[in-house]
Each structure stands twice: as C-alpha cells, then as structure tokens.
Design a protein around this ligand. Structure first.
Ligand code: ATP
Ligand code: MG
Length: 392
C-alpha cells in the first residue's frame, strides 16, 4: 500500500432522494465507518456525493477494507485512490508511481478526468489531454487509445486534492441499511431465506431474524447453521439480532389434531403469527420470507392466500418471481450457498404431508385449525423464545 492510499465510494440511488438526501448520506457515512472499523482506524466523510475513507494509521488492513467497502449497501462503486496536489505535474507523478504496475501490463491507455471543483482553471478534457500526453511520454511502450484501452487512468479534481485511480469496482448498490424501515425476516437454514433477507437489506431495510426450532426433531447443528447464515449476512447488514423460537409443541399439536394435507399450511400460519408478534414488540413493520411462487405446495397462489390470511402487516417476498437457478446463483454471489446446503433437518421437513393441498381454501384451513388452542400455543412458544446478537 502507498502510504496515503485511500478509498473513494460513489453513492448510488442515494443521490436521487431529494430532501431526504442529507439523512441518506449521514446514514451511509455511519454505516461505512462502522463496517470499516474492524479493518483498522479510518476517517470517513462525505463531500459532493463521494465518501472518502482514509486510513489514519499504517496498520490498516487495506485489502479487508476494500472488500468491506464493496459490501456496504448504498455504494455503487469503490476505487482505491491516491490524493495529490491539483497540478498537472503532481497528477502525472502520482499516476506514474501509483499505477506503474498497471502501465507495465497494458498496451494502451486513456485518461478520464472529472472536475468536482468547478473553479479549477482547466476543464476535464484539458486535464485528460495534458496528463495523457505526459504519461504517453513516460511510458513509451503504451499507446493512447480513447475507445478501447487496456487501462483507464482516472483523475478526479476535487475540493482540496486531485485523486488518481485505476477503474473503480462495483459496490453492493441499493440503499443504506436503516433507510428502508425495520422488518422481521423469517430465516430458515435453506437456500432461499438468506437471499430474500439480503435482497431486502439491500433496499435499506434493517433486519431482525426469526428462526423456528423443533427439538428434538431438529438438531443443535441446524440452529448453529442458521446462526452462521446470519453471521454471513452481517458483512452486509451489520450486527443482527436472531430470535430463536420453539416450535415443537405447535407441530405436534398440528399433527395430532389437523388433517395431514394441511400440516404445512397451518404450520406456516403459526410462523406468520409468531413472527408478527415479535415484529410488533420490536416496532418492525413488515415480514420477509423466502417464498417463490410455485416452488413447493405451500407456495402456490392459493396457499399463499392461506398464509396471508393471518398476516396483519405486509409480507415481503422478494424471491416471488425468481427461478431456483437464479436464487442459487445469488446465494453463491453473496456467500451463503455453501452453508445453506449443509444437510440438517429444518422444522419444515418434520411431519411433511405425503399429499399436501395445493389448492387449499382459506375457510377449510381455518376450520381445520379451529381445533387448536392458537392463543395458548403461541403464548407458550413466545415464552420459550430466546435471542442472540450475531456480529460480523
Ligand atoms: P428456504 O430455502 O428459505 O428454507 P424453502 O424453499 O425451503 O425456503 P419453506 O421451507 O416452505 O421453503 O419455507 C418458506 C419460507 O418460510 C422460508 O423461506 C423462510 O422465510 C420461512 N421459514 C421456513 N422455515 C423456517 C424456520 N424454521 N424458521 C424461520 N423461518 C422459516
Ligand atoms: Mg426450507
């Protein structure tokens, strides 16, 4: 690392938010600072829609910080850059040193300049021409190619300094966590719900997780797997509270008293009610699930109506229109795939009906459920609830 290397983070949709822009920016700066804290001491601030993250000591882990910055929602791109004086000489010197390795492996290059400082005496085309001309002389083996260069040298003339960097890499996009409200995400150990959680967090939703366990039918390993999935998500969302809710008695009562074809549906209605109770207590305003239309019997349109019959708040299902292959691709990209495919029983796979109803009627399921002491079962389940904080 060059001693004064730092990061420039570009804001995405945040800049479109009009009057709210200020609070979006403040939130994004705070989220970025928090996420970089584990990589060393960084000074993080914002000027003209760009976040500056500067290491304040030489012991900062720049590679880890680079990776972490790319996982902050609300950031569209991240560049490692070096500041210098705002003169052509200084910019050329900096590019020569800082990008020497990039020049060594390139056959062609161009310079792209931006001017955030509108009082700067040269316009961006003039800066590019002046810097490009000098760099072409300094690296005679590299030719200028403005259409399809191997290397693009970026020069940003900003308030105090000019910044030199190679092309930026994409960030996580979306909106800063905390700006999209607060929701309870139903997290199982499967492939889907980590992805649905991630998708809503990317829209700025602050998440709190609920996981249902049915010991002895489900194991400690299954629960640990879910906590590990939550931990993987903290790289994007920051620390997460995970509620562990006992579900055994409910499942046993359903099996004892209800028609087999409705087992899963009634179970899902209980999950919704319990998650909702936790949401109300936490002040959360929506539920999130990993359901995808038609994926299993409990996710047909009629089955979803049966589940939503007990919902008193919006149920967000970001995967509803996605194919399994797309969901799997995303789970690989966000890094939850390998953990999700570990083979531990989830409570959904306990007592699964042989012939689940795929075209259930709400009234029939309500009638079947009437044999249960819904209030009592819920109260006892919530009494046994525990929660843990999962940290990055
Ligand atoms: P996943 O891959 O997320 O497990 P799935 O395809 O297995 O989903 P279901 O098992 O029917 O589908 O679950 C549908 C959704 O219900 C899940 O995506 C999740 O949001 C929620 N859910 C299922 N089981 C649990 C559980 N044990 N704890 C919390 N939420 C659960
Ligand atoms: Mg599942």
């Amino acid at each position: 690392m060059r001693q004064n290397e730092m990061f420039l983070l570009k804001l995405g949709e945040v800049v479109l938010k009009g009057q709210n822009r200020r609070s979006f920016e403040d939130r994004l700066v705070a989220n970025t600072a928090r996420r970089l804290r584990s990589c060393g001491s960084f000074q993080v601030y914002i000027r003209q829609s760009t976040i500056y993250a500067e290491p304040t000591t030489e012991t900062c882990d720049m590679e880890a910080a680079y990776a972490a910055a790319r996982q902050v929602f609300g950031v569209v791109s991240v560049a490692r850059a070096v500041p210098c004086e705002k003169t052509v000489e200084s910019i050329v010197e900096t590019a020569k040193n800082y990008l020497a390795g990039d020049f060594a492996s390139a056959k062609s290059f161009k310079v792209e300049s931006k001017r955030a400082d509108k009082n700067y005496p040269m316009n961006s085309i003039q800066v590019s021409q002046a810097v490009g001309g000098e760099l072409a002389e300094a690296f005679p083996h590299v030719t200028v190619d403005v259409h399809d260069p191997d290397l693009t040298v970026h020069v940003e003339i900003r308030e105090k300094y000019a910044y030199v960097h190679a092309p930026a890499v994409p960030g996580a996009g979306g909106l800063p966590v905390g700006m999209g409200g607060h929701a309870i995400s139903l997290l199982s150990g499967g492939l889907d719900s980590p992805v649905s959680s991630w998708m809503m967090a990317r829209r700025g939703v602050e998440l709190e997780m609920v996981h249902f366990v049915s010991p002895p039918y489900t194991s400690q390993q299954a629960q640990d797997k879910v906590l590990e999935l939550a931990r993987l998500l903290t790289r994007y969302c920051g620390r997460l509270r995970v509620h562990i809710v006992p579900f055994t008695e409910i499942q046993e009562e359903i099996r004892k008293n209800c028609p087999e074809e409705y087992f899963t549906l009634i179970m899902r209605r209980f999950m919704m009610r319990l998650a909702q109770a936790i949401a109300k207590r936490a002040g959360a305003k929506a539920l999130i699930t990993g359901e995808s239309l038609g994926q299993v019997a409990s996710q047909t349109m009629m089955a979803l109506a049966v589940t939503d019959d007990v919902a008193e708040m919006p149920v967000l299902r970001p995967l509803i229109g996605m194919d399994k292959v797309e969901i799997i691709r995303m789970s690989r990209e966000i890094g939850t795939y390998d953990t999700s495919i570990l083979p531990y029983e989830d409570c959904c796979t306990v007592f699964t009906p042989r012939h689940p109803a795929t075209r259930p009627k709400v009234e029939d399921v309500r009638a079947a459920e009437a044999k249960l002491d819904v209030e009592g079962l819920m109260a006892r389940s919530l009494e046994g609830e525990e929660w843990v904080w999962v940290k990055p």
